[in-house]
Design a protein around this ligand. Structure first.
Ligand SMILES: *Cc1c(COP(=O)(O)O)cnc(C)c1O
Length: 377
């Protein structure tokens, strides 16, 4: 595994906190608002039911698979086979990691969006494979340039990780990219793994599509769906892998050797989230919209111009001239006692950028931004 390069930054944060300095973190992407009450209420009711306390199956409960399939149908217009096309996941992270072991042998290549969620590179390395970064180009709306992949890498590639709405850039999928990805995957016999962690977290009327709604996508791809961010359920560990039945079956076979499935009570809580909580998601998104605007306006005041992202819980912005990702993060920490994420945490192409998360309660976020305005303007 590559060395962990941010130890110095973390050391500084804990030292400042020990000295009694009030450090505000805008680093981590973990929703601050509580899990919706109907979901918690379902959990309260079912957690004591003896039948639901036993080993679950890795196939999952029918109610959960049906809830995911109904959600995919009504929300994305994608028809999922309830028996063959969906498996519950213990969160997207588990799925991404295990999919690496299901599809990669030593020497294989995984094409990984860069910047991207760190498991797109860590997973392949742990599986003995080679991650090849697929730089997201800011001038193309953070689309990768598939033509820049070398013939050798395309031949050796078994999987391709994509993610829109995108962490860390906040980008939504550029027009025409998904069909291009389907063609590329067909030509090169690559499984597309679309990480759909943020489809429900969008703003300004934007509605995120599923990759699987693209013609031909079901033949070449699967999607990893998560309730973590959209439904304030990060600690529950609940998601699903949906799409191509053959790939789903391979993931299931691997998984039966690794874990024992998703706690049935949590599956039932997930059913409530998917079936009943759409309105609450929208209310939450209006809070994120307000925070996003506050962040973008403050950045403008300190000379950093960014477009307003239409999805995710992040604002991605270029560091000022003369700074690196890490030097700027250190400067913000030293001068404003605010933690931001250096873009280089998310891959080579993240160098020159930083990420601010919108998951800090309003008052603390306002305080952090006020400090940045005061000390950095
Ligand atoms: C947060 C996040 C995940 C992890 O989701 P879990 O379901 O909580 O494991 C996966 N991918 C991306 C892009 C994320 O931002």
């Amino acid at each position: 595994m590559p060395p962990y390069m941010f130890a110095e930054l973390e050391r500084k944060v804990s030292q400042m906190r020990e000295e009694g300095i009030d450090v505000i973190s805008l680093g981590i992407g973990d929703p601050d608002m509580p899990t919706f009450e109907p979901v918690v209420e379902t959990m309260r009711q079912v957690v004591g039911v003896n039948d639901d306390q036993k080993y679950p199956t890795n196939r999952g409960r029918k109610e959960y698979r049906e809830a995911v399939a109904d959600f995919y149908s009504s929300r994305f217009g994608v028809e999922i086979d309830v028996e063959e096309g969906v498996i519950p996941a213990l969160g997207a992270k588990e799925a991404i990691y295990n999919l690496c072991f299901a599809f990669l042998d030593p020497g294989d290549v995984a094409l990984a969006s860069d910047p991207g969620y760190p498991v797109y590179t860590g997973g392949p390395i742990l599986a003995g494979a080679r991650p090849v970064p697929l730089p997201l180009n800011p001038d193309r709306g953070f689309a990768p340039d598939l033509e820049s992949v070398s013939d050798d890498d395309a031949r050796a590639a078994r999987i391709l990780f994509l993610n829109y709405p995108n962490n860390p850039t906040g980008a939504v999928v550029p027009e025409g990219l998904f069909p291009q990805v389907v063609d590329f995957a067909r030509e090169n016999e690559i499984l597309v793994i679309h990480d759909n962690a943020y489809s429900e977290t969008t703003f300004d009327g934007y509605v995120a599509p599923s990759f699987l709604a693209t013609p031909g996508a079901m033949e070449v791809g699967i999607e990893v769906f998560s309730l973590s961010k959209g439904y304030n359920m990060t600690g529950w560990r609940v998601g699903a892998v949906v799409g191509n039945p053959e790939a789903i079956s391979t993931y299931w076979r691997l998984k039966t050797n690794v874990d024992s499935g998703l706690f049935e009570a949590i599956q039932l809580a997930g059913v409530t989230a998917l079936r009943e909580c759409g309105g609450m998601v929208e209310e939450m998104n209006s809070i994120y919209t307000r925070r996003r605007d506050l962040v973008v306006e403050t950045l403008a005041a300190i000379g950093v111009e960014v477009e307003r992202p239409r999805g995710t819980i992040y604002v991605w912005a270029p560091v000022p001239d003369g700074e690196t990702s890490v030097s700027f993060a250190e400067k913000v920490l030293d001068e404003a006692s605010v933690v931001i994420s250096p873009g280089s945490m998310y891959g080579e192409s993240g160098e020159g950028w930083f990420r601010i998360s919108l998951t800090t309660p309003d008052e603390r976020l306002e305080e952090a931004l006020e400090r940045m305005r005061e000390h950095l303007a």
